[in-house]
Ligand binder design. Sequence first.
Ligand code: 5AD
Ligand code: SF4
Length: 476
Amino acid sequence: MIDLQPTDKTHDEGRQGEALILDSPLKRNGKKLYIESYGCQMNFADSEIVASILKDDGFETTADYKEADVVFINTCSIRENAEQRVRNRLSQFGAEKRRNPKLIVGVLGCMAERLKSKFLEEEKLVDVVVGPDAYRDLPQLLNQVEDGHKAINVLLSREETYADISPVRLNGNGITAFISIMRGCDNMCSFCVVPFTRGRERSRDPHSILAEAHDLVDKGYKEVTLLGQNVDSYKWKSADADEDAAIEVNFAQLLEKVALVSSDLRIRFSTSHPKDITNEVLYTIAKYDNICNYIHLPVQSGSSRVLELMNRTYTREWYINRIDAVRKIIPNCAISSDIIAGFCSETEEEHQETLSMMDYVGYDFAFTFSYSERPGTLAARKLPDDISPEIKKRRLSEILVKQQEWSLRRLQESVGKSVRILVEGVSKKSDKDYCGRSDQNAMVVFPATEKIKPGQYVNVIIERCTSATLLGRIAD
Ligand code: 5AD
Ligand code: SF4
């Protein structure tokens, strides 16, 4: 969880002027918005869209909820414990609301979409509930709340991509930023609630994506991460009356276009899907130095039977084939994964297949989870959640231990070498150190010097490492 800080520097003032003349009388001038985000990077990117929509309505953002007029919590439903965290936080906002009854509390994002009006019944302190496709309606919904009503909009859309909205970069370092390239997901993995909370997949117009990338470069940003639930199925088609003249852009082509915006701008992307990642994408990564050699390619399980139950639509062999292709086409590519322990009916042998897959790939990093049944998903309807919490916990810890070994081994491969990094800022642990990421997404920490400033690319000689961080000194 990250508290978002107010940074309005990157907002397009011109656009706000337009909105002022065209529609909004900025009736909320001077009002303060506090917004807190949970869950995936997409939620953090969405909060920046929300801040932009409300900025056009007169709001400023604040990092202190105690001085806010409106508190929004952008929520995640992916696992039960994510929802529990949000509920705990809401009870803290409840205490604040008892102190300041005028405070408006809103729930945005996936939990809003999943629970809909039930949220208003269950959590009496919540005034407004807004799903991920309804953020343009926020000013109007806030009007309803100010008139003394509860307000809700959880309509999902087949078109909304917020393409024309220039995000207010929150909590930013002015160096790295997210760009949403698509919304929703059509995959229907049986464990996953996302297709229900974020709706159908739709791709954003590439012109608006490129305009956003150019704008970021003009403002001094050095790295963008292209975001989508399944970036490999990005597909945009121009709405040409003449079918033959229509232009189509796939993910590989989009990646190339963004890479060409500036050779000084690093490109990352997330998340890739093993069934959809093409060799064309891999060759595009290999072709451009500024597309980072790093792919997040979630396996979920190493067993073909479990993958079928998960409705992942690939087998163990297919996944291995994709890994082999990555290794061949981009030899120095880092690979990370998401892994679920204890999915419905998973046997001990199938769990061992996950561990052996981890050894086959040697992931640089992995996000690991215990299976958590989510209401309404295919698995919740059809497959009993029959692995006991103790077994899930033990399998998860075996996965974790193996991943720590691999993470350490991968980082050790850089010790003694010179690694090029983009300096992001002061290290969390010591203000005498700077930190930044390598092309392969490894966090690198080194003593700060006068000459070096955040936003610069520098070479660092790696002297040692932990299982999470490379430590070194600036190369002469
Ligand atoms: N239980 C556990 N992990 C889940 N994920 C998604 N849904 C569930 C669930 N019900 C994990 C997957 C996915 C990541 C974002 O969260 O590994 O890739
Ligand atoms: Fe969920 Fe699967 Fe879509 Fe990822 S690809 S968001 S895991 S349904």
